[in-house]
Design a protein around this ligand. Structure first.
Ligand SMILES: O=C[C@H](O)[C@H](O)[C@H](O)COP(=O)(O)O
Length: 148
């Protein structure tokens, strides 16, 4: 699996923490960090585009996007055709976003979610498979909305 991760200046520390968890517990996953790498202000839609375009076109399998709240970057991510980004603050929604919605992008907030909870969200989101069945029909309808 290839995963792309990116954040704005509001979540650089959280990005490092998420990368640590991925490296330690999901060593088989190839992780690409598209930045940002410092405290200088950057615009989260640009980060969302860098992470999500390769996911949408099949060059990567999953993405993780981070900003101060996770709100702006998840909104931007979901504008990209083929992206189903889920903003998660706890593990239940992380699990459901994979099981029911087949989310291919996880969003979190560096100013809203502490490291311990974020670590659990990432573990859950990475391990949970899409359940298919009735959920597949609904996800297909979501994707069909993009064509209208
Ligand atoms: O939803 C947007 C994110 O939370 C951004 O990280 C936030 O708006 C950036 O704010 P500022 O430019 O004040 O650091």
């Amino acid at each position: 699996m290839k995963l792309i991760i990116g954040s704005d200046h509001g979540a650089v520390d959280l990005k490092e923490e998420v990368k640590r968890v991925l490296k330690e517990e999901f060593a088989e996953v190839e992780v690409e960090d598209v930045g940002t790498f410092g405290t200088e202000s950057v615009d989260y839609p640009d980060v969302a585009e860098k992470v999500c375009t390769p996911v949408a076109n099949g060059e990567a399998d999953r993405g993780i996007v981070l900003c101060g709240t996770g709100i702006g970057i998840s909104i931007a991510a979901n504008k990209i055709k083929g992206i189903r980004a889920a903003l998660c603050h706890e593990t239940y929604t992380a699990k459901m976003s994979r099981e029911h919605n087949n989310a291919n992008v996880l969003a979190m907030g560096g100013r809203t979610t502490g490291f311990e909870i974020a670590d659990e969200i990432v573990r859950t989101w990475m391990k949970t498979e899409f359940a298919g069945g009735r959920h597949e029909r609904r996800v297909n309808k979501i994707m069909a909305l993009e064509a209208k």
